[in-house]
Design a protein around this ligand. Structure first.
Ligand SMILES: Nc1ncnc2c1ncn2[C@@H]1O[C@H](COP(=O)(O)OP(=O)(O)OP(=O)(O)O)[C@@H](O)[C@H]1O
Ligand SMILES: [Mg+2]
Length: 479
């Protein structure tokens, strides 16, 4: 196997011959050229990984060739050769983007070492580009699968707010794609080349939260043996994703609020403040307004975070998207495993369509991964699905399946009121959406809200939707 391609340029034919022999023997694929113009032609038709060129040549000299070459083939690494005593031109070449220089007469060991390093950087650069492209592809908006109106709304919102750097709060049950949306916001923003950091607020033990978020100075507590930068500083210039933000203890909520308001933080044990510039995207699978009422979530923090709410529908609310999600995941699995795509038996699809998906898209994805691994034929048969899906067992999040009427009875009116309030909140105060959630008309909803006197409890609509937000005077988009 070849170690890589090298184009050697030198006006001394003997030198060219020697280099060709040495490098070919080492395992490189070598092309040679005795002048700059011709080298440039060669380079255009098949760019080498490394260009090894003499600096002093009649006609187009090495510096000019280097500049042209890096413009034509920006992925290539250039190494220049210069006669002993003319190192200043080599320095000029380095400034123009050369990877390294060699002095003549050439030392064989050093030549091979420099070439090996040049090849390595070319490879790494290529890999980085590939990884970046992959990340970009993966979080490209086209990869958020969903034709259902609610998902289309979500994608439009993401498109609209991603570039704005506004704080976004994502609501959704477990597995609905909250992190996917958070990453899409980041990778479709001007911050895409800066870090995206995610922290699950419920997974960090309370005593460590402050240091995790804001970092600490050396010696600020036992065990703080060195200064450590917190997530806010690490994510500066990029995006910090605060997952399960509803689980933050109240004391930490106050500190988070301060960081968001002042845009500066103080490391634990530190005396001075540090400016931070991290875009905040938060997510929760809880109803924060209920948490607020229960005194478990600060109202001021809620309004800071809720600048741009995005509501992710549960999979069962957009079951029409199941076929395209199935196709999307099966295509990806087949591509990754370099295996043919599985066909989906009609009975299998029927089972997938009627299931309630308490674990939402994540559950669908893992059910398909499992089926893909178990499949022996070319068809996804129902037997390959986990038992709870085959037998359509109610999931833990099945809202009403467990609802029983207690012995002391139940207040239908109270229940209706509660459901109305929940729907309005879930819809972000947008009545058309709340009506859709409840399966009633806009007018019926309005009538009932008035009847219960709860019309002012909603929140402003997250985007310019048809009906006016109720609950005027509260902070909304762009405020
Ligand atoms: N609309 C979608 N299109 C394609 N893939 C999706 C979609 N929604 C979710 N997924 C995939 O489903 C899986 C779960 O999504 P994600 O981790 O974003 O959910 P989550 O809401 O953060 O879940 P949890 O609450 O469990 O943390 C991921 O692999 C994600 O890529
Ligand atoms: Mg998540």
């Amino acid at each position: 196997m070849s170690l890589g391609t090298v184009l050697v340029v030198d006006d001394e034919h003997k030198q060219l011959e020697i280099l060709k022999i040495i490098l070919t023997r080492e395992g490189y694929e070598v092309e040679t050229s005795a002048n700059g113009e011709e080298a440039l032609q060669l380079l255009r038709s098949s760019p080498p990984q490394v260009l090894l060129t003499d600096l002093k040549m009649p006609g187009m000299d090495g510096i000019a060739l280097l500049e042209e070459a890096l413009r034509e083939a920006p992925t290539c690494s250039a190494v220049v050769m210069t006669a002993h005593g003319t190192v200043d031109t080599a320095v000029e070449a380095m400034k123009k983007g050369a990877f390294d220089y060699l002095t003549k007469p050439l030392d064989r060991e050093r030549l091979l070492l420099v070439l090996e390093r040049a090849m390595e950087t070319v490879r790494l650069r290529g890999e980085n580009r590939r990884l970046r492209a992959q990340l970009h592809d993966r979080f490209h908006l086209d990869n958020i699968v969903g034709d259902h109106g609610t998902m289309q709304d979500v994608v439009r919102l993401v498109e609209k707010v991603a570039p704005s750097l506004a704080t976004v709060l994502i609501y959704g049950e477990s597995g609905t794609g909250k992190e996917l949306i958070a990453r899409a916001l980041h990778y479709n923003s001007p911050r895409a080349s800066h870090p995206f950091l995610a922290v699950n607020c419920s997974a960090v033990p309370e005593p460590l939260l402050e240091s995790e978020f804001f970092g600490h100075e050396k010696g600020s507590f036992t065990g703080a043996i060195a200064r450590k930068l917190g997530l806010f500083e690490q994510a500066s210039g990029g995006t910090l994703f605060l997952d399960e933000v509803g689980e933050l203890p109240l004391a930490m909520q106050a500190k988070l609020l301060r960081a968001l308001q002042e845009k500066e933080i103080r490391r634990v044990g530190g005396n001075s403040s540090v400016l931070v510039d991290a875009r905040i995207v938060a997510a929760t699978n809880r109803d924060l307004t209920l948490q607020m009422k229960a005194g478990k979530f600060r109202e001021d923090l809620y309004y800071r975070l809720n600048v741009f709410p995005i509501f992710l529908p549960a999979l069962r609310e957009r079951a029409t998207d199941i076929p395209s999600l199935v196709e999307y995941f099966l295509t990806r699995l087949a591509r990754e495993a370099k295996k043919p795509m599985l066909r989906v038996a009609p009975e299998t699809l029927a089972l997938l369509l009627r299931y309630r998906w308490p674990g939402n898209v994540r559950q669908l994805e893992s059910a398909l991964e499992r089926a893909f691994l178990l499949a022996e034929g070319d068809t996804l048969m129902p037997e390959l699905l986990p038992a709870e899906i085959r037998e359509n067992l109610p999931g833990p999040a099945g809202a009403f399946q467990e609802l029983d009427i207690p012995d002391e009875g139940i207040s239908l009116e109270g229940l209706e009121r509660e459901l109305l309030e929940k729907a309005v909140r879930k819809a972000g105060g947008t009545l058309t959406r709340a009506a859709k959630l409840l399966g009633i008309s806009y007018r019926t909803l309005q009538y009932r809200l008035e009847k219960f006197g709860i019309a002012r409890e909603g929140r402003p609509a997250p985007s310019g939707e048809a009906d006016a937000p109720i609950g005027a005077g509260e902070p909304g988009v762009g405020s």
